[in-house]
Ligand binder design. Structure first.
Ligand SMILES: Cc1cc2nc3c(=O)[nH]c(=O)nc-3n(C[C@H](O)[C@H](O)[C@H](O)COP(=O)(O)O)c2cc1C
Length: 179
């Protein structure tokens, strides 16, 4: 039976380099018979965490009523979670970080996930992209049973679309196919 694959596309640039790699990953995952869905985070209404404690201290529903309710539910129900971001000042994009912070309401329920990452950057040195991965590794350390299964690097690309001739295109497709 196919797996539920949730792809969180974290660039603000739709059709940009990381978003294009997300589409390749999705194609591969779907071709292998999985149920794959991509969420383009920028299209969603996600307010940032206020650290008010309503969810984690009072154990009540989040004070925000926005798209994050449904996204957390999808993260909990997925077998595979893919997080994609461009390098922004050697960190993940703001959109992705806001999403991650909002999972504080239910992150302990995001259990036993196979995690994949897609990173794009202008700098073509892998060591630089590893800095971006550090943020994701910290998040994975908080999710019970999360396993890092793969990272697709699209390095040395700046303008939207540059990725189309990059070997990462095939790699993203094959990685998606192998989940
Ligand atoms: C605000 C901003 C910050 C960036 N910071 C970095 C960086 O720290 N290192 C790097 O290699 N590229 C950096 N870049 C370049 C992007 O990572 C690169 O253009 C990437 O391909 C964008 O992916 P996207 O098309 O998915 O948005 C930055 C771009 C922007 C707009």
């Amino acid at each position: 039976m196919g797996k539920k694959v949730l792809i969180l596309s974290g660039s603000p640039r739709k059709g940009g380099n990381s978003d294009t790699l997300c589409d390749q990953f999705l194609l591969g995952a779907a071709d292998a018979g999985n149920e794959a869905e991509k969420i383009f985070i920028r299209d969603k209404n996600i307010k940032y965490c206020l650290a008010c404690g309503t969810c984690y201290a009072k154990k009540e529903a989040c004070v925000h009523h926005d798209d994050m309710t449904g996204i957390i539910e999808k993260m909990i129900n997925a077998d595979v979670i893919v997080m994609a971001t461009p390098a922004y000042f050697y960190a993940m994009s703001g959109q992705m970080k806001v999403l991650i912070d909002r999972t504080i309401a239910r992150f302990l329920e995001i259990r036993d996930k196979d995690m994949y990452f897609i990173l794009t950057a202008h700098n073509d040195e892998k060591a630089s992209a590893e800095r971006v991965m550090e943020g994701f590794k910290g998040y994975m350390a908080c999710l019970p049973g999360a396993k890092e299964k793969g990272v697709v690097y699209g390095l040395g690309v700046f303008d939207a679309g540059e990725i189309k001739t990059h070997p990462a295109m095939q790699e993203a497709y094959e990685t998606g196919k192998s989940v």
